[in-house]
Ligand binder design. Structure first.
Ligand SMILES: *[C@@H]1O[C@H](CO)[C@@H](O)[C@H](O)[C@H]1NC(C)=O
Ligand SMILES: *[C@@H]1O[C@H](CO)[C@@H](O)[C@H](O)[C@H]1NC(C)=O
Length: 382
């Protein structure tokens, strides 16, 4: 809580950055343009990739390469504070009329209907959109996950909060949820009746499946005790695929081309809210993971995980391709791009200028050493 308060203070300093250059462009490009989907010009590979973001639109994006509270990060102990779900008040009305699902070139994004709110630390944020990264951008204590969903919220003061939720691929044997028929556009290809994708490593001792059955039974009991869902009893079984994600992603083939948009059927958002409530959040103050990389973003990474069917994962991967920014330094530490440039220059200055014969010294070895043992790197360490 204390840590989050300081994050809120920090956010004030970045409000102007957001207001100045980017309001209305990166959060929900369609809403204010009313027309076609704006396709982003940055990318994830080569010379439009994350190493070049600050140069793509200078000086607007300069904090991408200089900021010391950049996202994503490796969520290891000490980089975040645990935020109990009870400190975070989330309310998202179901999108009963459906909504737009669009391809921005850099991600696929669901535009939010008005009315979703997030309250934390006395501040209120309104839901704008949610989009997806593949693989996950944050690392879960050193481990990449299949995907990550970012649910983006904005306050009246234009501060940003993002709830990150990891998405894993469901194991073979988990049944697919029944996906509601779309109201507008028909689904291009029917969902497979069973899982034909390559089988994931399956630890199948009896103890494991018994454990799974038991936890599902517990979930059923809890569900029976819980008040009924508002729209329909479509909640996915514990550890089963997310009904909401399966519904949205069943349409991803319709927006395979950047700049295209489609309409979703009704979406039951309470599924996400219930999931988050059953866990807690890893909170820290970071940044947007896309240009302009503005800092002061209130990150809340859920300890709960969503799941999708293997075939669904493959469909989404065929459209998104790859869209994860590389892991940034821990909050408060020097930007890794700056650090890397300084150390590279230091090593270059120390190295004999290409005169040494190949056999003379294992240059590769010394470059691979930790910087602390390379004297040349010392002077530049800030
Ligand atoms: C994170 O990983 C380290 C080792 O890699 C382990 O010691 C630690 O217990 C893990 N922390 C959590 C919260 O899982
Ligand atoms: C499930 O997949 C197997 C293997 O591809 C196939 O033989 C079987 O017919 C499928 N079952 C259904 C119900 O589609």
């Amino acid at each position: 809580m204390g840590r989050f308060s300081s994050a809120l203070v920090l956010a004030a300093s970045v409000t102007q950055v957001l207001g100045l250059c980017s309001h209305g462009t990166f959060l929900h490009p369609r809403a204010e343009e009313g027309g076609s989907v704006e396709v982003k010009t940055f990318g994830y590979t080569g010379e439009i990739g994350p190493l070049f973001w600050s140069a793509l639109e200078a000086p607007t994006n300069s904090i991408c390469s200089t900021g010391t509270r950049q996202s994503p990060i490796d969520m290891t102990a000490g980089t975040f504070n645990m935020v109990p779900a009870s400190d975070v008040e989330v309310n998202i009305p179901d999108f009963t009329e459906g909504t737009e699902f669009e391809n921005l070139g850099t991600t696929v994004e669901v535009v939010a209907k008005p009315g979703g709110t997030l309250k934390i630390g006395g501040k209120t944020f309104e839901l704008q959109q949610f989009h997806f990264h593949l693989p996950s951008e944050h690392l879960d204590n050193g481990t990449s996950r299949a995907m990550e969903m970012h649910m983006v919220w904005q306050s009246a003061e234009q501060e940003i909060a993002v709830i990150g939720t990891y998405i894993d691929v469901a194991r073979e044997g988990e049944t697919a949820p029944v996906v509601a028929a779309p109201v507008a556009a028909p689904v291009a290809e029917p969902a497979p009746a069973n899982v034909t994708a390559p089988v994931l490593a399956e630890p199948a001792p009896a103890a494991k499946s018994r454990f799974r059955r038991k936890s599902r039974m517990q979930a059923r009991e809890e569900a029976a005790a819980a008040p009924p869902a508002t729209l329909a009893p479509t909640a996915a079984p514990a550890n089963g695929p997310s009904t909401l994600l399966e519904t949205v992603f069943s349409l991803v083939g319709q927006i395979a081309t950047p700049g295209t948009v489609t309409k979703t059927p009704a979406l039951v958002l309470s599924e996400f809210v219930d999931l988050w409530r059953a866990g807690s959040f890893q909170g820290y103050s970071g940044s947007l993971t896309t240009p302009p990389c503005s800092e002061g973003v209130h990150w809340l990474v859920s300890t709960q995980t969503l799941r999708i069917m293997p075939s669904t994962f493959e469909r989404v991967r065929d459209v998104i391709g790859y869209n994860a920014r590389y892991t940034q330094n821990a909050p408060g530490k020097q930007n890794v791009l700056q650090l890397g440039a300084e150390r590279s220059l230091g090593l270059a200055a120390a190295a004999p200028p290409a005169a040494a014969p190949p056999a003379a010294e294992p240059a590769a070895t010394s470059a691979a050493e930790p910087a602390a043992t390379a004297p040349a790197a010392e002077p530049v360490a800030a």
